[in-house]
Design a protein around this ligand. Structure first.
Ligand SMILES: O=C[C@H](O)[C@H](O)[C@H](O)COP(=O)(O)O
Length: 236
């Protein structure tokens, strides 16, 4: 296994072991490659898989992971109070603010994170930074309704992003369509020293549904280390 995957797995296992307890009944499941290991660990711990836990997905991908794992699937409209949500991230700064949405799932992820008493991030060492924008060079993912994207792009330029890019699909001619039927614009703002301010400004643009900046939401981050020895935890 690559050291990166190994690191993801270590972070995910530790986060499951320390945050999903016998008290946890409703559990939010994030999206992405690291979350695959979260489900793997939940399944290994048969007591979690078999008992009456309900798992609330954040995407088509995590819904499938829950179904294929034979876990109890719930929806956010049935379970709007979640005990703990565990999710990946594209970058996390030292204040535990994060960029998310590399897989275009950040709208539902934010809903399921906000619904949780405790929001926990799992990531490999390459995601750790001191200031957002240091590591994730693709820009802040912004979910936009299709009708408005041509207007949102110049507005993002006025906010300081030189070259906002409509995210294009890799195996289809045309744009990436989110699970909500929207488009994704990636907007590189360089180093983001004031993520809350930037989030507020982008969110005010008409047509923007959600921004992949998770500010003051994360309780804990588990980073899997490169050397394979330990894990590094950051707590708030
Ligand atoms: O939209 C996708 C999500 O925000 C993911 O949680 C994020 O991109 C991290 O994914 P991965 O664990 O694959 O790096």
């Amino acid at each position: 296994m690559s050291s990166l995957n190994d690191a993801k797995r270590r972070a995910a296992y530790k986060a499951v072991d320390e945050n999903i307890t016998s008290e946890s009944k409703i559990i939010g499941i994030g999206s992405g490659s690291t979350v695959v290991y979260v489900i793997e660990r939940i399944l290994q711990r048969g007591n979690l898989a078999n008992k009456e836990c309900i798992f609330v997905p954040t995407s088509f991908q995590s819904r499938l992971l829950i179904i294929e794992g034979g876990l109890n699937l719930g929806d956010i409209d049935q379970y709007s109070e979640i005990d703990v949500t565990i999710d990946g991230a594209d970058e996390v700064d030292e204040n535990l603010n994060a960029i998310k949405g590399g897989g275009a799932c950040h709208l539902r992820e934010k809903v399921v994170a906000e619904a949780a008493k405790k929001f926990v991030i799992v990531a490999d060492y390459s995601k750790k930074s001191s200031t957002l924008g240091e590591k994730w060079k693709q820009g802040v993912p912004i979910e936009v309704i299709p009708f408005a994207y041509a207007l949102v792009i110049p507005s993002l330029k006025r906010l300081g992003c030189e070259n906002p890019v409509l995210r294009m699909a890799k195996s289809k001619a045309g744009p990436v369509i989110s699970d909500n039927g929207n488009l994704i614009v990636d907007a590189d703002f360089g180093l983001i020293k004031k993520p809350k301010e930037l989030l507020e400004k982008i969110k005010l643009l008409t047509g923007v549904v959600e921004v992949g900046l998770f500010v003051n939401m994360t309780r804990m981050v588990y980073f899997g280390n490169e050397d394979g020895k330990g894990k590094q935890y950051l707590f708030k």
